[in-house]
Write a protein that binds this ligand. Structure first.
Ligand SMILES: [Zn+2]
Length: 129
């Protein structure tokens, strides 16, 4: 029996490198050139929601007492391939590398994202801000 190790590797490499709170530059689509902060990520759909990007108008009908009827504008998710991470250290749109953290580092994850432009680690300081 042949085990397809390469398929597994490819899967892990396509994991989402964008996080909520990241600043991104839109590089394709109608909002190309805009910058904004990621407000939500949808890894299974390969999409991200960016503030003030791909705004859609939604017509709401009144549903119960809590919701107001009317039109709201909210960002719709766009493909992550249409955005590029902006490095907080050098301010340039960049691809990221992943580096292993030293053994025993107190961190939520074992890897850190590193800017390919300036080599600084890219962290999200306060994802909920
Ligand atoms: Zn950088």
């Amino acid at each position: 029996m042949v085990i397809h190790k390469h398929a597994d590797k490819r899967n892990s490499r396509t994991k989402m490198t964008l996080r909520r709170g990241d600043m991104v530059l839109v590089i394709a689509g109608k909002d190309r050139g805009k910058r904004g902060k990621i407000v939500a990520v949808f890894p299974e759909k390969n999409r991200v929601e960016v503030e003030n990007v791909n705004i859609v108008k939604r017509h709401l009908r009144r549903q119960g007492a809590a919701l107001q009827a009317g039109i709201i504008e909210k960002p719709a998710p766009i493909s992550r391939s249409n955005v590029m991470l902006i490095c907080p250290a050098c301010g340039k749109p960049t691809r990221v590398a992943h580096e292993d953290l030293p053994e025993g580092t107190q961190a939520r994850e074992k890897h850190v994202r590193v800017c390919k432009q300036c080599g600084e680690a890219i962290t999200v300081e306060n994802p909920r801000a």
